[in-house]
Write a protein that binds this ligand. Structure first.
Ligand code: ADP
Ligand code: MG
Length: 239
């Protein structure tokens, strides 16, 4: 049985088809990359899986149970965590408190949530910033904070949306190392990544989206040779 099963998911915004009958399955323990040009429908797909949008057609199943149309908090509780492309930490809270918000989903009391939050801050390399306010963090550090908050909800499946997007070049290797580290924690990962070199280095399977459609799904070395993908990134002229 697959951990996650997406079948025929279609999501429209007015005349725009952001997701067009997308189907794929993710097995327990996989790290699957999701690529595609801006506007391909990647973030929308995450929004559908995590219950922020209800698809017009199709289904999402998690651990065998249908979760289509369930509320985001129910889906988080079932074991799907996510980070957001557009970061929105609680800027008036400390770094520790931000992660405690995630941990409180399951922790029986604040003291336990605090303990767990500290553990995940350690994991992402932000332990020294625990008492800082979220607004004081750099973009790279905010991405780490997002990952700690999401991990604190104890997901079985974690969706990461452009962890290296918008951070300075020097911060990228550390973030990539951290993604690999999360996998060692036992979470299955679905990773949206704009940087092709980054995704090639961590994923053994890549799903490519273009204009809402899934155009490729396979090992990185096959996917990068896919004619439709090359066209999508470079224009038909180059292909
Ligand atoms: P990606 O993450 O691959 O860059 P998105 O999923 O954000 O792509 O967007 C896919 C398409 O859906 C784009 O054309 C985008 O403009 C459109 N879209 C996304 N969210 C909304 C929304 N809330 N309202 C209207 N259009 C949207
Ligand atoms: Mg996006």
């Amino acid at each position: 049985m697959s951990l996650l099963e997406v079948s025929g998911v279609t999501k429209r915004f007015g005349g725009i088809v952001a997701n067009a009958a997308i189907s794929f399955a993710v097995a327990d323990g996989e790290l699957v990359g999701v690529i595609g040009p801006n506007g391909a429908g990647k973030s929308t797909l995450f929004d559908v899986i995590t219950g922020f949008y209800r698809p017009e057609a199709g289904r999402v199943r998690f651990q065998g149970a249908e979760i289509t149309g369930r509320r985001p908090d129910e889906i988080t509780r079932m074991g799907i965590g996510r980070t957001f492309q557009k970061l929105r930490p609680f800027t008036g809270m400390t770094v520790l408190e931000n992660v405690m918000v995630g941990a409180l989903l399951r922790a029986p009391e604040p003291a336990v949530a605090r303990e767990q939050a500290l553990h995940y801050l350690e994991l992402v390399g932000l332990a020294d910033q625990a008492r800082a306010y979220a607004r004081e963090l750099s973009t790279g550090q905010r991405k780490r904070l997002e990952m700690a908050r999401a991990m604190a909800t104890r997901p079985r499946l974690l969706l990461l949306d452009e962890v290296t997007g918008g951070v300075d070049q020097r911060s990228i290797p550390g973030l990539v190392g951290l993604i690999a580290r999360l996998r060692e924690e036992g979470v299955t990962l679905l990773v949206i990544e704009h940087n092709m070199r980054v995704i090639m280095s961590i994923a053994r399977r890549i799903i490519a989206l273009h204009l809402g459609e899934k155009i490729a799904d396979g090992p990185p070395e096959e996917v990068v040779r896919d004619r439709r993908l090359i066209e999508a990134y470079l224009g038909a002229h180059y292909a």
